[in-house]
Design a protein around this ligand. Structure first.
Ligand code: SF4
Length: 385
C-alpha cells in the first residue's frame, strides 16, 4: 500500500523545470543530489561545440558540482541495480515457468504505451522500476543514511535524454520510501542551458569523478543508453546466475547491430534462452500481438521507444540538419561501447558498491526491502496520455 507522501522542504520552490532548479540550487537548506543517464555523457558536450558522441563523464560531473549539487551520483549505478533485480526476476520466472516472455520496463514511454494499449499483458512487464527511479529511492534511503541527511531535505534531481522521464517521476506510486524517488528531471538540453547560464566554461573543465558509493558503475550500467544495451547487460549477469559459471564472452555483438527487431538464442548451460531486442513502438506492437495470440517464443524482450535507444531521445542535443541525426546516433553509440570497454568492472553483479548496498541495506535481490523500494505495479491507462 502506498503511504502518504511527506512534503519535502523544497516543495515551496515548485520545482518543475530548469529555472526553478536554479532557485533550488541556490538554497542552503536543501541537500542537492543529482544523477545522470548513461546517454547524457555521450551527447552533452555537443552543446558546447564538441564532435558528435564526445564522451565527457568527467566534465559533466565537474559541471554539476559547479552548478551547486552536493552529491553527483549516477543513473548508471541504478542501471547496475536494475540488472540485479531484473536478472533475478527473469531467472525466477523461467524457473517457475510464469509470465513469459518478460519485457523490460526501463523506458517509461514504452511502459505508458503498454498500459494504454495492452493492459491485459501488463503482467509480462518486469516489475522493476527504471534505473532513474531505483537511483532516486536509494538516494533518499541508503544515501540519506550514509550522508546523515534528513530525506525531507534532499532534492533528488535527474538529467535524462527525454521528457517522458519527467512524467515517470510524477507517477503517484513512485514514492515507496514516503518521499518522491525523484523530484525533478531536466533534459540534456536543459542541463546545457543551465551550464551556459551560469557561465561555466565546459570545454576547459577538468575531469572529475562521480561521488561514491552511489556514483560507481560497471560497463554493463554504461551501455543502457543504446538499444540492446539493457539486454547485453542482463545477459552478462543472467548467464552467471543460471550456470554459476563465468560468462565466456562479455561483448555480445548480436545485440549491437541492426534495428527494429533483433532476435537471438543464447545457450546458458542446459537452457536455450531466446531473446529479442525491439526498437520503436510499432515493432513492439507486432511482438505484443504475438504474445496475445500465444505464439511468442521468447523468454526476454527489451523494448526502447526511440530508434537507437536513449542516445536518440527527444531531450538530447538537436542537429543543425536532420541528415546529421544518423551520424550523431552512430557516434554516440560507439562512445557508449567505448566507455564500457574502458571500465575495469563490466558486469553489474561485480560492482562492489552494489554488493555493499545489498549487504548493508537491501538484503538480497527480490527480497523484502528490494521489493518494497525497487519494484512497482502497472495500471491500465486506456484513454489517458
Ligand atoms: Fe526516453 Fe527514448 Fe530512452 Fe525511452 S528510449 S527512456 S523514450 S529516451
Amino acid at each position: 500500500m502506498l503511504e502518504t507522501v511527506k512534503e519535502p522542504l523544497f516543495a515551496a520552490y515548485n520545482v518543475g523545470h530548469a529555472l526553478q532548479v536554479k532557485e533550488a540550487l541556490a538554497s542552503s537548506e536543501l541537500y542537492k543530489v543529482v544523477q545522470c543517464a548513461p546517454a547524457v555523457r555521450v551527447s552533452l558536450a555537443e552543446e558546447f561545440g564538441f564532435p558528435y558522441g564526445s564522451l565527457t563523464p568527467g566534465k559533466m560531473a565537474a559541471a554539476l558540482r559547479r552548478l551547486g549539487f552536493d552529491r553527483v551520483y549516477d543513473t548508471n549505478f541504478g542501471a547496475d541495480l536494475t540488472i540485479m533485480e531484473e536478472g533475478n526476476e527473469l531467472v525466477k520466472r523461467i524457473t517457475e515457468g510464469k509470465d513469459l516472455p518478460m519485457f523490460t520496463s526501463c523506458c517509461p514511454a514504452w511502459v505508458n504505451y503498454a498500459e494504454q494499449e495492452y493492459p491485459e499483458l501488463l503482467h509480462h512487464l518486469s516489475s522493476c522500476k527504471s534505473p532513474q527511479q531505483m537511483s532516486g529511492v536509494i538516494f533518499k534511503t541508503y544515501g540519506a543514511k550514509i550522508d546523515t541527511m534528513d530525506p525531507a531535505k534532499i532534492l533528488s534531481a535527474a538529467i535524462m535524454p527525454c521528457t517522458c522521464k519527467q512524467f515517470e517521476c510524477t507517477r503517484e506510486e513512485m514514492a515507496d520510501s514516503g518521499y518522491r524517488d525523484v523530484d525533478v528531471v531536466l533534459t540534456t538540453r536543459e542541463l546545457a542551458q543551465l551550464i551556459k547560464d551560469k557561465g561555466i566554461d565546459f570545454a576547459n573543465l577538468p575531469d572529475e569523478a562521480f561521488d561514491l558509493p552511489l556514483g560507481n558503475y560497471s560497463g554493463a550500467g554504461a551501455i543502457f543508453g543504446t538499444t540492446g544495451g539493457v539486454m547485453e547487460a542482463a545477459l552478462r549477469t543472467c548467464y552467471e546466475l543460471i550456470t554459476k559459471e563465468k560468462a565466456p564472452r562479455i561483448e555480445l555483438n548480436f545485440v549491437r547491430s541492426g534495428e527494429g527487431i533483433k532476435t537471438a538464442m543464447v545457450r546458458a548451460g542446459e537452457l536455450e534462452l531466446r531473446v529479442a531486442v525491439v526498437s520503436g513502438l510499432k515493432n513492439a506492437a507486432k511482438i505484443l500481438e504475438d504474445v496475445k495470440a500465444g505464439r511468442c517464443q521468447y523468454h526476454f524482450i527489451e523494448v526502447m521507444t526511440c530508434p537507437g535507444g536513449c542516445i536518440n531521445g527527444g531531450g538530447q542535443p538537436k542537429f543543425l540538419l536532420p541528415e546529421y541525426r544518423e551520424e550523431a546516433v552512430r557516434s554516440r553509440k560507439a562512445s557508449i561501447y567505448e566507455h564500457d570497454s574502458r571500465l575495469k568492472i563490466r558486469k553489474s553483479h561485480e560492482n562492489p558498491d552494489i554488493q555493499k548496498l545489498y549487504e548493508e541495506f537491501l538484503g538480497e535481490p527480490l527480497g523484502h526491502q528490494s521489493h518494497h523500494l525497487l519494484h512497482t505495479e502497472y495500471v491500465a491507462r486506456k484513454g489517458q496520455n
